[in-house]
Design a protein. Structure first.
Length: 297
């Protein structure tokens, strides 16, 4: 049985996104290197198709959610890539977080072959992916955005057309650079309060109602025990990994170099996450940077 949508990349974000498309009534064929993830989608009502490239030949829509630029370029380009296998009229949506230059490169290749492609990275974490409340930052043509929006609305609640191809990735890079900086700053502030005998819950509550309020403080608090459902209170398991944040901060710094922009805080945040990753924390949630800032004993 062929599917309307082929979804490639069923990781912590991709799987619940694909499941929400199934809930919305779409026939979805999911593909991932981890068989357990594919099995979970099938259990949710997804379609079983053994080969991803065979599946895309029949799909109306192809959605990808992959780790990095090299993976996106590899799966779309070349004689054995998606662009060489899809039928005319197939809509392409890449939800990965990659370099804006890579997004423009793949979109240009798609356009040359007559296909509509959008870069549509997301924000909102695994909780937002599960709840279907993600924010989508979309780059591409107006017509392409109109075609993609009905599908994106089944996975998110805030869908923004950022501009031409690559614009979605530019917004995402800027957003995640700021997020990394804010997480470090929030962790420093809470650590300073604790060192002075403050209850982190009280401190966080007061700051969240003051001029220091921000998303990491109010929604994704890095201190264990402050928020029951935050990764910090679950051993920093799941969520958005340190290595993923490090990758995104690297994209920001690379883009800053390419455009001649100054990002001293972004560069410092990248260096701190690099140290944290090399300490063995790469697989933990990025809020675990709180641990790196513990007072020396």
């Amino acid at each position: 049985m062929s599917a309307d949508i082929v979804f490639i990349g069923l990781g912590n974000m991709g799987l619940p996104m694909a499941q929400n498309l199934v809930k919305a009534g779409y026939s979805v064929s999911g593909h991932d290197l981890v068989k357990a993830s594919v099995d979970k989608l099938v259990e949710s009502g997804g379609v079983t198709e053994a080969d991803a490239m065979a599946a895309v030949t029949k799909a109306k829509v192809v959605i990808t959610m992959l780790p990095a630029s090299k993976h996106v370029e590899s799966i779309y380009l070349g004689d054995k890539g998606i662009l060489a296998n899809i039928k005319p009229g197939t809509l392409l949506i890449d939800c990965s977080t990659i370099a804006p230059e890579s997004a423009r490169k793949v979109a240009a290749a798609a356009l040359e072959k007559g296909y509509t492609m959008l870069d549509a990275p997301v924000s909102g974490g695994t909780g937002g992916a599960t709840a279907g409340t993600l924010t989508f930052m979309v780059g591409g043509t107006d017509d392409g955005f109109g075609l993609a929006k009905p599908y994106l609305e089944k996975m998110g609640k805030a869908i923004y057309h950022a501009g031409a191809s690559g614009s979605g990735q530019t917004v995402k890079v800027c957003n995640n650079m700021l997020l990394g900086i804010l997480m470090i700053g929030t962790s420093e502030a809470i650590r300073l309060g604790i060192a002075n005998g403050m209850d982190p819950k009280v401190l966080s509550e007061v700051m969240s109602k003051s001029s220091g309020r921000n998303w990491t403080l109010e929604v994704y608090n890095p201190c264990p025990g402050v928020m029951e459902n935050a990764p910090a209170s679950k051993g920093y398991a799941g969520g958005f990994g340190v290595d993923l944040m490090l990758k995104d901060l690297g994209l920001a710094v690379e883009n800053a170099l390419a455009t001649g922009s100054s990002v001293p805080m972004g560069a410092l945040a990248r260096n701190l996450y690099d140290i944290h990753s090399k300490s063995g924390a790469g697989g933990l949630d990025f809020s675990s940077v709180f641990n790196m800032l513990a007072k020396a004993k």
